[in-house]
Design a binder for this molecule. Structure first.
Ligand code: SAM
Length: 253
């Protein structure tokens, strides 16, 4: 696979223009209680626990173009690099990745079984269910070039999110990168967008500031960008990129 150049800077003007043109209301974080509920698994949302329903739902929401952008322009993985994907779900991302060494982790054994079944013939892919404490002891997760949480941290409260971030910190090589991609409330946001996001299974969607504070509580180097129009429900997300040190971030490729 040809090596890609990875854009490091985003067009803030374009991003801000898109936010401003769709903004119709302000979001008041104090009207939501962060950290209380974790994940809603009841009612209609319970069927998302079925891997095929989860995949179908993703197609209906039209996430494909955004997922490809995220892989190409943010993850920028190369053959042979090691990716540890925390909260991988059925690991559909793997279909689009180069020949990386992939370790998919999830608390849901159902998702992990589905990922194993789908990718049983793919070399270099391992899947583990369990918890962050189990994974921290497993050498399979050591020395990662990239640790990813894609749509995971908004399912957990601050204490559990910090455990995942600490796990990521220790799993990374010195010059490795932790990337998180999570729904994010803006201080001024379309009411429809904020409404749909409030119905998410994950009940810990944080504001821009809260995401930054959370990531900075573990990683000394954190940069963030806002992404709008992520899916057909008008989700707003934050891409966070974290490193262990500035020296490592400038010396890595
Ligand atoms: C919205 S799905 C995202 C799945 C996948 N990353 C993707 O992009 O399709 C959230 C995932 O986080 C997992 N999850 C929730 N809490 C977790 C935790 N504490 N540790 C690991 N995974 C968790 C869920 O089981 C689910 O697979």
């Amino acid at each position: 696979m040809p090596e890609r150049s990875c854009p490091r800077y985003y067009d803030y003007g374009a991003i801000w223009g898109e936010i401003a043109s769709s903004a119709t209301r302000t979001w008041n974080p104090s009207s939501k209680s962060f950290g209380a509920a974790v994940q809603i698994n009841s009612g209609l949302r319970s069927i998302l626990a079925l891997p095929w329903v989860y995949r179908l739902f993703g197609h209906i929401l039209g996430i494909e173009a955004n997922r490809q952008w995220f892989i190409d322009d943010v993850l920028c993985l190369r053959d042979g690099q090691k990716l540890v994907d925390v909260g991988c779900g059925p690991a559909d991302i793997l279909d689009r990745l180069p020949a990386v060494e992939y370790v998919g982790l999830d608390i849901s054994d159902t998702y992990i079984q589905a990922a194993r079944a789908k990718f049983k013939t793919r070399g270099g892919a391992k899947f583990l269910s369990g918890s962050v404490e189990d994974w921290a002891r497993d050498p399979l997760t050591y020395e990662a070039d990239l640790v990813l949480t894609n749509g995971v941290l908004h399912h957990v409260n601050d204490d559990d999110a910090k455990k995942i971030l600490e796990f990521a910190y220790h799993a990374l090589k010195e010059n490795g990168r932790f990337v998180f991609y999570e729904p994010c409330y803006l201080i001024w946001q379309s009411g429809i967008s904020a409404h749909f996001m409030s119905l998410d299974r994950g009940q810990n969607i944080r504001t821009e500031q809260q995401w930054k504070e959370l990531a900075s509580s573990i990683f000394p180097v954190v940069s963030t960008n806002i992404v709008t129009g992520v899916n057909r429900l008008g989700y707003v997300c934050m891409v966070g990129q974290c490193r262990k040190s500035t020296i490592a971030s400038t010396s890595s490729s």
